[in-house]
Design a protein around this ligand. Structure first.
Ligand SMILES: [Zn+2]
Length: 211
């Protein structure tokens, strides 16, 4: 059997199992999704958003990219954010990084990963530059990478707050709360690092005053 064929077989078994538990399961889900959360996570196969949070289909809207970055020219991410905030009306946006992130580790090297990946990883290097004093003082390389994972998550959350999508929702809807989390590959535990409540302050230059 081809490896991909196993996926299709597993899918049939799963669908069957769900129906045995609840004959109306798919009918109900097909009609409506009302997720409470938008998850912005890493594409890493070891960090599946629904599994590690025990959420079911319909409960969590998901965007994943390498190293869970929020980039203000990324039409894909911004479309997901716009849809989740303005149409699904999620109350929480979670940026979840993870320790041992390959994207973060790659960004800490001086290696040329060729144009596209270099372009992507530059965003993490820019975070490193902001916090270089703190990071350079951490001798252990793994500990330094783990700290950069945390600092990057914090930066991505702040980048969400800089968008007019979030600022408008804060002004007119008093939501969503923004969360910065980090998942531990070694223990499976999510650590909550940083929250931004609706209306949180930020550097003046990023504030829209005519929303
Ligand atoms: Zn990662």
């Amino acid at each position: 059997m081809n490896p991909y064929e196993k996926l299709l077989l597993e899918n049939k078994a799963w669908a069957q199992e769900m129906l045995e538990e609840d004959t109306d399961y798919f009918n109900r889900l097909a009609k409506l999704q009302t997720p409470e959360f938008l998850w912005i996570g890493c594409s890493d196969s070891r960090v599946p958003a629904d599994k590690i949070t025990g959420t079911q289909p319909g409960e969590i809207f998901v965007h994943r990219n390498i190293a869970n970055l929020v980039i203000n020219t990324d039409v894909n991410l911004l479309s997901v954010l716009d849809y989740a905030v303005n149409h699904l009306k999620v109350n929480h946006v979670i940026v979840c990084g993870h320790y041992g992130c390959g994207g973060v580790k790659a960004a800490m090297t001086n290696h040329d990963f060729n144009h596209l990946l270099n372009m992507w990883l530059r965003n993490i290097k820019d975070v490193y530059r902001i916090y270089q004093q703190e990071l350079n003082n951490i001798e252990n390389e793994e500990a330094r990478a783990d700290r950069l994972v945390e600092l990057s998550v914090k930066e991505q959350v702040m980048r969400l707050a800089k968008t007019s999508i979030i600022q408008r929702a804060w002004k007119y809807g008093k939501r969503p709360v923004l969360h910065g989390w980090v998942y531990g590959l070694k223990d499976g535990i999510i650590k909550s690092l940083f929250d931004m409540q609706p209306g949180s302050d930020m550097d003046n230059i990023y504030k829209y005053d005519d929303l």
